[in-house]
Design a protein around this ligand. Structure first.
Ligand code: SF4
Ligand code: SF4
Ligand code: SF4
Ligand code: FES
Length: 589
């Protein structure tokens, strides 16, 4: 890329041609406040005006996030006019903002507060009427509070980019403008799949997960047996909330923290992941050998299941009937574990710690309950667990490394660990299917062909005893729809497809810590390009450290089938571990 000469505050720099002023300034070490721009131009509506600077050749102040640099340009970030203009822009945003920071779950990660501090904005500079606001709390996974929305448009772009869905858009005009699903509907009554990708990019508390911390507090107060289980992707990201560089696994400290928060048992959902592989691998085997509906599609991502029910009701037979790992493990806690410990399942309160907000919705589904009893009672995200740890006053970094509880559900294989990465469910299942069909373990254990962290479609062909099995992997609904349209048109060449709702899989779930260069002093700017890869590495390295690498070799899984379930896909397994799906109206009343 050609270089051009510019000056910032009178200091000469050479920068790449074609950059915006903000990008060029960043490359030279300056931080210009920004709110609406995001992720290398993923959102660039230029609406917030908090990035104004002076630049020669321009008339008046310019929005640095959209204005390009030019040869010989002289830029003034710190002139009195630019500084004053930026401060006023933030003060105007604050003037129509519900500033209840003390009760706001975004506090600590709020970009509006960060920018207000940077610019020296006062929250009471402008008094006046406030626009009408709306609070949508109906959806189990999400809360939308327009009183905190700054109309930056990031969520609108993210929903389109990740899924091609366009659930969110600008409604009304002028002072009455809001960002919402069509006709200001609740998320619960729109075709939103409740994935939370929009929550991940919202700079304020306008879009948040539906917190369930209060429910857990109530269960402790009620004297319930409160059992926690944590998904693999959580350990790859929780450390970010406590200052660790992205990609640092914090498994031992996480188990220690959860135990100190008061949970009676702390389990790893990896056991449930191994159980899912036993059930799903067996289901695939039956479909391959007995002429079932193919391609079979994984069903452990509730965002994807939502999408299928809303948009492809004619293809629901393709979905595996398996519940997701935390639901399976919850069902086992309330049956086998309850029996072993002599506890009435009604007195057990199961909490899942997940990288995902859609799991909050999933646990409410009637089809997931066993005799009317939910498998899981509360789901909290990685971010909510961090909030619980912070409010407890614990020093996370000083906690000892502890193990998960090991009774009945403590063993897990490396295959269970990699569930959190796109391609991981596929790889874990193929390790077991290969063994069942050939009587030998796949060598090498790793199936590199199905690995990758990027969004889009990956495909591979695995040779099993001379029979080629074609597989495909998609994450994000934009990619998934390509594979689904092929099935609909009778053109699919695959036997097995893995679909994850969030681009990159669970490591990039809607409940994971926010990744914002401006809020992450330990990371450099290109972290936006590499964080998924770094979190994925944390899981692959844990897989490599396990002595047991395949779900069918997990000794406690073998024991569970011997002593309780019988065999995979048995009658009892179906009762506890499998579910069903039904098409739904895209716009509910
Ligand atoms: S969104 Fe930010 S500024 Fe607004 S109330 Fe929450 S923490 Fe405060
Ligand atoms: S939760 Fe997902 S589907 Fe729903 S609006 Fe947000 S990004 Fe779109
Ligand atoms: S909801 Fe959040 S991301 Fe969407 S426009 Fe409002 S502030 Fe921006
Ligand atoms: S960051 Fe430039 S206008 Fe919003």
């Amino acid at each position: 890329m050609a270089k051009i000469n510019i000056k910032i505050e009178g200091i000469p720099y050479q920068v790449e041609a074609g950059l915006t002023i903000m990008e060029a300034a960043k490359a030279c070490g300056y931080e210009i406040p920004s709110l609406c721009t995001f992720n290398h131009g993923e959102c660039n509506v230029g609406s917030c005006r908090v990035c104004l600077v002076e630049a020669t050749g321009a008339r008046g102040l310019v929005a640095s996030c959209v204005y390009p640099v030019a040869e010989g340009m002289e830029i003034k970030i710190g002139s009195p006019a630019a500084t004053e203009a930026r401060r006023r822009s933030v003060e105007l945003l604050l003037s129509n903002h519900n500033k209840n920071c003390q009760q706001c779950d975004k506090n600590g990660n709020c970009e509006l507060l960060h920018v207000a501090t940077l610019t020296g904005a006062r929250d009471d500079a402008y008094a006046g009427i406030h626009s009408e606001t709306f609070l949508d709390q109906l959806a189990p996974a999400l809360v939308r509070d327009t009183s905190k929305c700054i109309l930056c448009g990031r969520c609108v772009e993210r929903c389109k980019n990740a899924h091609g869905l366009g659930i969110l858009g600008f409604e009304n005009r002028g002072f009455r403008t809001i960002v919402s699903p069509a006709e200001n509907r609740s998320f619960a009554k729109s075709p939103c799949i409740q994935c939370g990708q929009c929550v991940n990019v919202c700079p304020t508390g306008a879009l948040m997960e539906h917190s369930e911390i209060d429910k857990i507090d109530a269960a402790f107060r009620a004297g319930k047996h409160v059992i926690a289980q944590a998904a693999p992707a959580v350990r790859a990201a929780l450390g970010e909330e406590f200052g660790y560089p992205i990609g640092t696994p914090v498994t031992g400290k996480m188990a220690a923290a959860m135990r100190r928060l008061g949970f009676e048992r702390v389990y790893d959902v990896n056991f449930g992941a191994d159980l899912t592989i036993m059930e799903e691998g067996t289901e695939l085997l039956h479909r391959l050998t007995e002429g079932g509906v193919l391609p079979m599609i994984t069903s452990c991502s509730p965002g994807w299941v939502n999408y299928a029910e809303l948009n492809y009701p004619d293809l629901l037979d393709h979905l595996s009937s398996c519940k997701s790992p935390h639901q399976m493990q919850g069902a086992i806690i309330k049956s086998w574990w309850a029996q072993q410990n002599g506890i009435d399942p009604k007195d057990i309160f199961v909490v899942s710690v997940m990288p995902c907000v859609a799991k909050k919705y999933e646990k409410e589904r009637e089809q997931e309950k066993v005799n009317g009893i939910p498998d899981v009672d509360a789901v909290i995200t990685t971010r909510e667990l961090a909030r619980m740890i912070r409010r407890s006053g614990m020093l996370f970094q000083r906690l000892p490394e502890e193990d998960w509880d090991a009774d009945i559900m403590g063993d897990y294989s490396g295959a269970g660990v990699i569930f959190g990465v796109t391609g991981g469910v596929m790889e874990a299942a193929l390790r077991t299917v290969y063994y069942k069909l050939t009587g030998k373990e796949h060598e090498p254990i790793e199936l590199e062909a199905v690995r990758g962290h990027e969004a889009g479609i990956r495909e591979a062909t695995i040779d099993i005893n001379g029979t080629p099995v074609s597989v495909a992997i998609a994450s994000g609904m934009r990619s998934a729809s390509v594979l689904l349209d092929e099935i609909r048109e009778g053109k699919s060449k695959y036997q097995f497809i893995e679909i994850m709702g969030c681009p990159g899989g669970c490591i990039n779930g809607g409940g994971q810590p926010y990744v914002r260069p401006s809020l992450l002093p330990n990371e450099d700017d290109d972290i936006i390009d590499t964080y998924k890869e770094k979190r994925a590495k944390a899981l692959y390295s844990e897989d490599e450290r396990q002595t047991v690498r395949q779900s069918h070799n997990n000794p406690q899984i073998i024991e569970l089938y011997d002593k309780f379930l019988g065999e995979p896909n048995s009658h009892l397994s179906h009762e506890l571990l499998h579910t069903s799906y039904a098409g739904r109206e895209r716009f509910a009343d």
